[in-house]
Design a protein around this ligand. Structure first.
Ligand code: THG
Length: 296
């Protein structure tokens, strides 16, 4: 099984891309677009953040700058609704592009759904409501229904929707992670034919930098059990990209087996298999998380 990778690194917060975007210096942004494309991404995320001051000018600049370097479809990522609309005015392959995102907040739905319907693009339906993050899988399901109904009313088919249950940091505990996964297992009953996505790095937020990739990789495999169709990834992690491309079936089988209740003898595991074994124990809540989880 494969997962379409949405490469996340062209980001206003990033070292290389952030200053280049602020200075409207196309070189570094185009270089990253080429690197992410070469790494095997399916989409390039262009994250300009809230861009309160200059979003309506920055997003079209970012779109056209990246389109000159890569032919991959784009994922326009901003909380500024005006900037989103301005980006979709210029994006070349509008129907293949992704709007990132529409949350279950009435104001954002009102402003962005007509833009998405007009563009014919894919839409990330972010399970974030007026009161913030849903607390359990039922609240996630209720929010997904609200979003699906509003999108459907505008003529957007389920196949164009990508539901994002929002990954939660392991530092907040394994319960929230379990509830996001439980929602994923319900998605095809709620919205048949719909796709899904998760910003994988949310799960490792607040964890020491050199350890984050292990959490992100195993979390992706766990999401694959429920058929995740896309993921927002660091495409510079070649091991993570190999999982996306379907090149790590042995590791997928190991983790999915554990999710089905088969606990292998860890004495027989080495290398990446042992990393995934130990990381699954933590992400599933069977072992308590601490930054020494891989060396225990
Ligand atoms: N869901 C949806 N969209 C999202 C997210 C999500 N968009 C934003 C975010 N989450 C996903 N994007 C990123 C982009 C960069 C990083 C993490 C998530 C990141 N960057 C490194 C850092 O900050 O350390 C490197 C920055 C640098 O280049 O220096 O971690 O959940 N729908």
């Amino acid at each position: 099984m494969k997962v379409a990778a949405i490469a996340e690194s062209i980001n206003i917060m990033g070292k290389r891309s952030g200053s280049a975007m602020k200075e409207r210096n196309p070189g570094p942004v185009q270089e990253m677009a080429r690197e992410e494309t070469a790494a095997g991404a399916s989409y390039l995320d262009l994250n300009i953040g809230p861009a309160r001051k200059d979003g309506i000018e920055l997003m079209p600049w970012a779109v056209q700058t990246v389109e000159a370097a890569s032919s991959l479809p784009l994922c326009l990522d901003t909380t500024n609704t005006e900037a989103m609309a301005a980006g979709f005015k210029v994006v070349k392959n509008r129907e293949a592009a992704i709007m990132n995102s529409i949350s279950a907040q009435p104001e954002r739905m009102q402003k962005l759904i007509p833009v998405a319907a007009e563009a014919g693009c894919n839409v990330i339906a972010l399970l974030w409501g007026p009161e913030g993050m849903p607390r359990d899988s039922n609240e996630r399901a209720a929010m997904a229904v609200d979003l699906m109904m509003a999108l459907a009313e505008a003529g957007i088919p389920n196949e164009k929707m990508l539901f994002d249950p929002i990954g939660t940091p392991i530092t907040l505990g394994a319960d929230q992670i379990a509830s996001g996964l439980e929602f994923m297992s319900m998605l095809q009953d709620i919205a048949p034919g719909a796709g899904s996505t998760v910003g994988l790095s949310n799960v490792s937020n607040g964890v020491a930098e050199h350890l984050r990739k292990y959490l992100d990789r195993t979390y992706l495999i766990m999401l694959m059990k429920y058929g995740i169709t896309t993921a927002i990834v660091n495409s510079y992690d070649t091991e993570l990209m190999a999982i996306c491309k379907g090149e790590r079936q042995n590791l997928v089988d190991l983790v999915h087996g554990m999710m089905d209740g088969n606990d292998p003898d860890s004495a027989g595991l080495t290398g990446t298999a042992l990393e995934h074994y130990k990381t699954y124990k933590v992400l599933s809540g069977q072992n308590v998380f601490s930054e020494s989880w891989l060396s225990l």
